[in-house]
Design a protein around this ligand. Sequence first.
Ligand code: Z57
Length: 809
Amino acid sequence: MDVRNGMGLRPLGTSAAEFEQDLLSNLYYRRGTTVESASTQDAYETLALTVRDRLAERRVRTAAAHYAANPRWVYYLSAEYLLGKQLEQNMLYSGTDRIARVAMKQLGLDPDEVEGLDIEPGLGNGGLGRLAACLLDAMATLDIPAVGYGIRYDLGIFKQAFKDGAQVEKPDDWTYQGNPWEFPAPDDQQTVFFYGHTERDENGRTQWIPGEIVLGEPSHMLVPGHGTDTVNIVRLWRARGSESSFDLSRFSAGQYAEAVDEAVHAENISKVLYPDDSTELGRELRLKQQYFLVSCSLRDIIRRFRLRNTDWAEFPKKTVIQLNDTHPTLAIPELMRLLVDEEGLGWDLAWALTKQTFAYTCHTLLPEALETWPVHMFERLLPRHLEIVYEINERFLAEVRDRFPGDVDRLRRMSIIQEEPERRVRMANLAVVGTQAVNGVAELHSQLLAETTLRDFADLWPTKFHNVTNGISPRRFIKLANPTLSSLITEGLGSDAWINDLDQLTGLERLTGDAAFREKWRAVKRANKVRLGLGDPDSLTDVMIKRFHEYKRQQLNLLHIITLYQRIKASPGRAYAPRTVLFAGKAAPAYHAAKHIIRLINAVAAVIDADPAVSPYLKVVFPPNYNVTLGSLIIPAADLSEQISLAGKEASGTGNMKLALNGALTIGTLDGANIEIRDRVGADNFFLFGLDTPAALELRHGGAYQPRAFYEQDEELRSALDAILDGKFLGVGREVAESLLGRDEYLTLADYRSYIDCQEQVEKAWADTEQWTTSSILNTARSGFFSADRTVRDYAAGIWHVSPVQVTR
Ligand code: Z57
């Protein structure tokens, strides 16, 4: 029997009765219990396994088809994945959502209760990790052979709670009850070296003699495509102590606990996700995580290459490795090490193959997010890699010298090694030098990268630089998150083909003239607010959901709320349109300024709640622990999407796309992908305010920004800031006001008046329900471009040069 083709397998049934039989069988044989004695946890695990089996069968066929095709593979390397809950998604993709619920009811189980036990794997911080998950989803949907590589952190992103309005963090032990979605693959275990020194052997080859050896244990989760039989995988590595890290002499001497010290230490590598988004910490354990991911993944990629190929010259033809930010950039010197030291290839050939294999996505413009590692730390942990980086740098700088003779300043700027004030390895420079393509994640971002952050590199290699505007999974962020709107759209368009072809949403434009459709559109939005259960469903639901960061300017939204509060207090008799302002998001645990903003939002919310003159018109809500699951509840309920970062700071944003797709109107600056959203949905259906990037740069660089002047000149602004400074909000948040009046990098007060006036336009527009409904429908109708399917097609055509491989029955 040829297992590769899955031949000889009994096909799994597609009826509710057969599903019920499989549930019973799994409950009995895999869970070891019966319907009579099963707990809800037993029921959940059994349901998950029964759904998983349907995808596992497709996975076997996918692997066989891919093996036969020997195609060019995409390997996506990312330190983070925010996959979201698996059960509902996998029921949808396997076409078992309906029969599973029928079968559960037949067995006397409550489907909602059982589904409630599914846990979200929080293996990422924010946009970057969720983007990785959306791209994997789209690659599978488009039948592109791909593997995602990542780290199986024991503890995911911390759970956020509030204590007296302040953020407190709790550990996220996401596999405490096990993880039914995971397939362990112990046969593919890898060995990872750290520390030690290098030696030359008799042939002049370099050998790395490690000081520590750690094992990488892989497991994978399935990444099914929607509307196709393709099931790709995401392979996650977990660190294990090796046998050599078990101290036998201590063990024999009766020091049992001490004997495992080193093994325990090794396992710390995959213990916890670093909870920082868009900032760098520079801790050795983080560098260890990065190398651990890279070393295990490259060995696995090469193992897979060798299943069908023997010639190294074929490697880049069969392999493209996409680096999700600089976190996996060590893969560049690591591949050089494997090719030169272990395979014995000459430097020039190894370098040509390496450069052709890699591509790099940059996700930021913030200087503090550009990773650099102290040379001494790098050298101690990865002595051979530092030698290789030096060699890469020397040859690279020779090329720059050739092109720009005598330009020492350029050499200093472009060097992979920063010299002052401390010697550090610049990972972004290494990533640009060692790849065949570099891309930003929105038009403006890519343009600014080439003009500012990576300008010298764009001068040298103009054709290396690309734009690939981010996208989102329509399966996750409308079909699953917003089932009622999805049904309405399907009814309106007469088919559900739009889910895999999101441009078809333009067909909704003609329905803006259909009174019954419009009525239903409003009813769906209202029902989604009721489902969310926060605030009056008839109020304007104004939503800001994202990590807390000063550049994103939650502070500006807060100043608007305080201004509204003060206006209502000053003129209580007037008819204000009720508004619910919703915030959700986490702050990095060590980011004190962001935590002060959270604390102040909660204080303002409490003061407004306690004030009967204001609370009928204005409510501030801040549900804790924003994650993919909570986002999926909030996004469908939003009327207004806050995208108010200082222009030139947000690389793209993807929440902006999710909200527009679900019929929210954006109030936003000309930043990141907001610009492209506005271009598509139309200026009439978008509330624009604030400085643009050139104006912001000029104000900041001219040293001309004087926040005090805005404070002095604008009475409402002064009064809002004074209220904070005077302790009117439970005495909380003075730090926030002082920072806005001090050296605020993000020019918040400069955009205050424009923002407030724009919010007044929002209020006027909201009062015209019919006009608002039209704009809402048009936002959805014109958001097709932001499908991750389009993003993946752009990568496939412009960067990866890969084609689909069909999986047949
Ligand atoms: C992260 O989530 C992003 C950038 C980073 O450099 C790091 Br570290 C984490 C975000 C950007 O801030 C968003 O603007 C962007 O949409 C997202 O990455 C996906 O590209």
